[in-house]
Design a protein around this ligand. Structure first.
Ligand SMILES: [Zn+2]
Length: 93
């Protein structure tokens, strides 16, 4: 099974995290935004960006949106040294 209407483009690995909370399925935390009151994470398997809000449901976001929340996104990713795959090419808010 691939795809999940609630989490467009996300693989079953990272989308499934919100059901089983398996530590190995947890996307990598890239940083936190005080302005958005959210954490930005990225899946090692599919490259999907996630916004995990303090007061909202987790959602898939675009790289552009992730960059608005974390202006130093590129530097953070470079410093992590993780070879993330390109995020899925799906329309996102
Ligand atoms: Zn994924």
């Amino acid at each position: 099974m691939t795809g999940n209407a609630a989490y467009p483009g996300a693989c079953e690995f990272c989308a499934g995290y919100w059901m089983n909370y398996a530590p190995q399925a947890r996307a990598v935390t890239l940083g936190k935004s005080d302005e958005f009151m959210a954490e930005v994470r990225r899946c090692r398997r599919c490259g999907t960006y996630w916004e995990v809000g303090a007061f909202s449901n987790p959602q898939v976001i675009s790289r552009e949106h992730a960059r608005r929340e974390l202006p130093d996104l590129d530097a953070v990713e470079a410093s992590l040294g993780i070879d993330f795959p390109e995020p899925p090419d799906v329309p996102l808010p």
